[in-house]
Write a protein that binds this ligand. Structure first.
Ligand code: NAD
Length: 399
């Protein structure tokens, strides 16, 4: 067991800076050292280095080429917080260099990339964790526990979404040098599936007795971003009349080997409040994030037509079903994003220190991320079902 590990950080944009200046700085007092920082923009790489120098005290190696960090023998692990398109290439190179990988979330651009991730892990034995912080959500973990203990009966259907008004971030992409703009202009797919699919996969035991069989996606027309730009910047602004490939709402239906179905919604270009729409339906009850309510058959039936009075009742179940990780965490609250970043990144650090396998592995990463590229294909084919590969090579049945 290593007492302290050395980390290299790749990508110092919005996510990288929130994590470095927040939880990673706090962890530097415990058991990590930021030994290297990288961003392909030199000013951002330097800003990361300066932050570490001034606030943590050591001087990390600073580079615009991530391969420089991979060649530093002392670095134990790499955190990838760069743009979506770069994740898998960097992860593959890092595993080949013997560095434990923590890879931020995003979707895949090809099945070939997903196979590369799996094949590189299998040939090197170097682990890679997908840093899906929403798997550590308080409610997601409580409902996981309820499902595991049978409180909702047999799970039949789940749904969720990435429902986040990103109009400002997307349309200011040129100013803030952000990757979403080029993706929305050029590609139409379920581009961000893992925030909801991760927790759902844990409940449905994907890759551990279950797997995705096929998916089908449809996309609405794209009107939200043009309308937003016209309103904010004027009708003569180039993006007000640009042709965005990305439909405003993408709906994906997934079928699982166990017979369960999943509906995913990507909803990022129209006005709305934030939600991951996490919903779990079982033979004995259900949970719905949007009303934060639990319905148990035989307990709540009298509220059938008066359900509003029960909105928010999920908290009553926390006393019985709060996940042990959250019981522990709540004693010592710290970190951004209501604690989910802290829990996800602590899980990663502990695995690197103890040289153990991560709780969200390459098989999960490949199965969840491939939804993006398969949904792109399905949309192009008018919603045709597309088979999802079995990245475990049959081992999902007894893993
Ligand atoms: N888990 C979460 O809650 C959460 C929240 C926000 C973002 N994210 C994820 O974090 C990642 C980054 O998002 P962001 O909003 O910070 O993006 P960003 O565009 O603000 O930052 C990405 C940075 O990566 C750099 N970069 C790109 N390719 C690189 C390469 N090959 N080598 C080195 N640097 C490279 C870019 O120059 C940029 O500075 C994305 O995968 C995103 O999905 C996760």
């Amino acid at each position: 067991m290593k007492e302290k590990i050395k980390l290299g950080i790749i990508g110092y944009g919005q996510r990288g800076s929130i994590l470095l200046t927040g939880i990673l700085s706090a962890m530097a007092d415990i058991d990590i050292q930021i030994a290297g920082v990288c961003d392909s923009y030199e000013d951002r790489a330097k800003a990361a280095q300066e932050y570490v120098q001034s606030n943590i005290g050591n001087t990390p190696v600073c580079t615009t080429d991530y391969r420089d960090l991979l060649s530093i023998k002392e670095i134990d692990a790499i955190l990838i917080m760069s743009s979506w398109e770069s994740h898998i290439r960097i992860a593959v190179d890092a595993m080949k260099a013997g560095k434990y990988v923590g890879m931020e979330v995003g979707g895949a651009y090809s099945l070939d990339d997903c196979w590369k991730l799996v094949n590189t892990y299998e040939s090197t034995g170097v682990p890679c964790m997908l840093m899906e912080n929403c798997c550590y959500g308080r409610r997601e973990m409580m409902i996981l526990r309820m499902a595991e203990e049978g409180a909702l009966g047999e799970i039949v259907h789940c749904s969720g979404g990435y429902c986040h008004d990103l109009r400002e971030e997307i349309t200011n992409g040129a100013e803030i040098r952000h990757y979403r703009l080029r993706n929305y202009l050029n590609r139409c797919c379920e581009n961000y599936p893992t925030h909801e699919l991760g927790p759902i996969s844990k409940i449905l035991k994907i890759n551990h007795g279950n797997r995705f069989l096929s998916l089908s996606s449809v996309a609405s027309c794209a009107k939200g971003l043009n309308a937003y730009v016209a309103q904010k910047k004027g009708v003569d602004s180039p993006l007000a009349s640009a042709r965005f490939a990305q439909g405003d709402i993408v709906t994906t239906t997934v079928r699982c080997a166990g017979g369960e179905t999943i509906v995913l919604t990507l909803d990022t270009a129209l006005p709305r409040p934030y939600s991951r729409g996490f919903t779990v339906r079982g033979t004995k009850g259900m949970y719905s994030e949007d009303t934060d309510s639990v319905f148990i058959d035989g307990v709540h039936n009298a509220y059938d037509f008066n359900w509003k009075t029960q909105w928010g009742n999920a908290e009553q179940y926390a006393e019985r079903y709060e996940h042990p990780k959250w019981q522990e965490y709540k004693k010592n609250i710290c970190g951004e994003h209501d604690g989910i970043d802290w829990l996800a990144y602590r899980a990663f650090i502990e695995c690197v220190k103890s040289e153990t396998l991560p709780p969200i592995d390459v098989y999960d990463a490949a199965a969840w991320m491939c939804v993006s590229t398969l949904s792109e294909e399905s949309i192009l084919l008018g919603g045709t079902p597309i088979a999802v590969p079995d990245f475990t090579g049959g081992r999902w049945m007894n893993r």
